[in-house]
Structure formats: C-alpha cells, structure tokens
Design a protein around this ligand. Structure first.
Ligand SMILES: C[C@](O)(CO)[C@H](O)COP(=O)(O)OP(=O)(O)OC[C@H]1O[C@@H](n2ccc(N)nc2=O)[C@H](O)[C@@H]1O
Ligand SMILES: Nc1ncnc2c1ncn2[C@@H]1O[C@H](COP(=O)(O)OP(=O)(O)OP(=O)(O)O)[C@@H](O)[C@H]1O
Length: 280
C-alpha cells in the first residue's frame, strides 16, 4: 500500500484581474500548503475502484458519485494517456471540508496522479502530468507542484518567488461548513482588477496583497465576515479568506498564539471546522 498526503492549498493572496472570453478569470496569486489535508492510499489491482472514509467521506459520497470523483476522473485520464490496462484499489481519507476554497478535490486529484504514477510505474514527464491535471481543474497543476509559489494565468503559470520565512509560520483554518461553489463566487466578483503581486517575496506579497473575492463570498455567505473579524487581532500576522471561500485563515509567528486563537475560535464558533497547523 502506498500513501500520499493531499495538503490543503492556501491562497495567501488572491488577486482576480480580469474575466476571459472563456468565462475563466485571470489571477495573480500566492499559493502555499498546510500540513492539514486528506490522505490517498492505494495498491495495484486488476480493476479501478475507490473507497471513501474520513470525517467528510459521507458528505462527499452524497454529493459526488465515485465515478465523478476527481480521483477517478484523474485515474481514467492517466489510463487513457498512457494506454494502461491495469487497475488500482484507491482509498480516500477525506479530512478537508468540501467546497471550501482550500482545493480539497484538487489536492486529491493531484495526490491520485502521484500515487498511480508510482503504482503503474509510469515514466511520465512532469509537464505531461501538469497537462493531465489542468484538463480536470485550475487548481490541480499547483497541487501537483506542491510548493509555495506565485502563479498567474488561471493559476497555472508559475513564477519563482522568494519563499523564505513561510515554513516557520503557523496557520489556523476556520470553515463555517457552508459549501461555496467556486463559479458562483466568481460570478459575484465586482469586476475590479486588484493589480499584480509585485511586492517581492511571498511573505511580502501576502502582507501587502488581498483576496478580492472576499466581498463576493461574504455576499453569498455572510458569516465569513464574522470569522474574519474574530480572527483578526494583534497576535496574528495576517487574517484572510482562501480561494473562493468560505475557509478563512490566520497566520502566526508561534505555536502559542496560533493555539490560543484556535481555543478562542472553538469557543466562539463551536460548530465550525477549525484546525491549527503549519505552512509546509
Ligand atoms: C479560486 C481558486 O481556488 C484559487 O486558487 C481556483 O482558481 C479555483 O480552481 P478550481 O476549483 O480548480 O477551479 P475549476 O474547477 O477549474 O473551475 C470551477 C469554476 O471556477 C471558475 N474559475 C476557476 C478558476 C479561474 N481562474 N477562474 C474562474 O472563473 C469558473 O467558473 C469554473 O467553472
Ligand atoms: N475528491 C473530492 N473531494 C472534494 N470534492 C470533490 C472531489 N471529487 C469531486 N469533487 C467535487 O468538486 C467540488 C469542489 O470541491 P472542492 O472541495 O475541491 O472545492 P474547493 O475547496 O472550493 O476548491 P478550490 O479551492 O479549488 O476552488 C465538490 O462540490 C464536489 O462535488
């Protein structure tokens, strides 16, 4: 059995710049990952199958059939592209909330691609795998890359950026357990270009940037505003929403401040999904 971690994707800054003719939006974003995520494991088999477990497993099975799961879609694409007749038994441990702006499905698809490349012993070029990922979702290429960076295009053109200091940062994720559909949030964007992220390092871009999908997400899910206000205090480096929401995050220099914020948020919002971890 091989196991691959599928970490939550965090947009430390997300600048939506323009709507393209194909309906997608040009972005400028700083991606990072947290040590909080799903787990995908699997082994070689004659058929392709998947099981879903974990706290968000039942919800995922209710809204998405196994065949439509991004993991199975990625597996079928790989089999077609590399002419593979083997199968695999895949197990997803779903720990990330669904439709949460932290790329859960994208992280799973990327982890499944990595897993199956190993199980099926595929001699694949990284660029070809990125193409397979991109054909399934805008966030999958960055989840395949799995490293903090700046991205433009629809989030698929990567730029080197100084990421020093990021790995020491503690992060608190807070999700109200309200599913926000990415396309609805984009449809409510105010159309104002937030500009390019040209402030230097990833850390500086995070501090000086913003997430200009936040007003659109708050319109659809007003409690995001309460979460952001509660997270925002003098002990943290930054408070922001990730992606199209509704997950918000606080960044902290040390474990103690992050843990104190976790306890405070758990008392205030006992029914929300709240996790403390680190940027990886
Ligand atoms: C907002 C982000 O989370 C930031 O990382 C991502 O760009 C979203 O990536 P994703 O969920 O993988 O997106 P996809 O599954 O490809 O697209 C879902 C929907 O989001 C909208 N979408 C997505 C990405 C993008 N750059 N512009 C868009 O307008 C489109 O309406 C699309 O139909
Ligand atoms: N393995 C999976 N995990 C989660 N969602 C999946 C998965 N496979 C398919 N989906 C579908 O994808 C939709 C988006 O889920 P996901 O959790 O990736 O959203 P998200 O966190 O908002 O993503 P992003 O941050 O990339 O916009 C779900 O509504 C679900 O129907």
């Amino acid at each position: 059995m091989i196991e691959i971690f599928a970490p939550a994707k965090i947009n430390l800054a997300l600048h939506v710049r323009a709507k393209r003719d194909d309906g997608y939006h040009e972005l400028d974003t700083i991606f990072a990952f947290a040590n909080i995520g799903d787990k995908i494991s699997g082994q070689l088999s004659s058929k392709l199958s998947m099981e879903v477990h974990g706290p968000f497993g039942p919800e995922l099975m209710q809204i998405t059939s196994t065949e439509d799961n991004l993991i199975m879609r990625a597996a079928r694409k790989l089999r077609e592209k590399y002419n593979i007749s083997l199968g695999a038994d895949i197990i997803l441990e779903k720990a990330l909330p669904i439709g949460a702006g932290i790329g859960g499905g994208s992280a799973d698809a990327a982890a499944a691609i990595k897993l199956l490349v190993k199980i099926w012993n595929i001699d694949a070029k990284d660029t070809d795998l990125l193409d397979v990922g991109a054909s399934l979702g805008a966030d999958i290429p960055i989840c395949l890359k799995g490293q903090a960076c700046r991205a433009t295009g629809i989030g698929d053109i990567f730029h080197d950026v100084d990421i020093s200091g990021l790995h020491e940062i503690h992060i608190l994720l807070v999700n109200p357990l309200i599913h926000l559909a990415t396309q609805h949030v984009f449809a409510n964007w105010d159309g104002k270009d937030a500009g390019a992220l040209i402030y230097g390092s990833a850390y500086e871009n995070a501090q000086r940037g913003c997430n200009n999908l936040t007003p659109a997400a708050i319109k659809l899910c007003p409690i995001i505003n309460d979460i952001l206000n509660s997270l925002n205090n003098r002990d943290n480096i930054l408070t922001r929403m990730s992606g199209s929401g509704a997950t918000c995050f606080g960044l902290y220099h040390d474990f103690e401040s992050c843990d104190a914020a976790r306890i405070m948020m758990e008392q205030k919002f006992p029914n929300m999904w709240i996790r403390a971890g680190k940027i990886i």
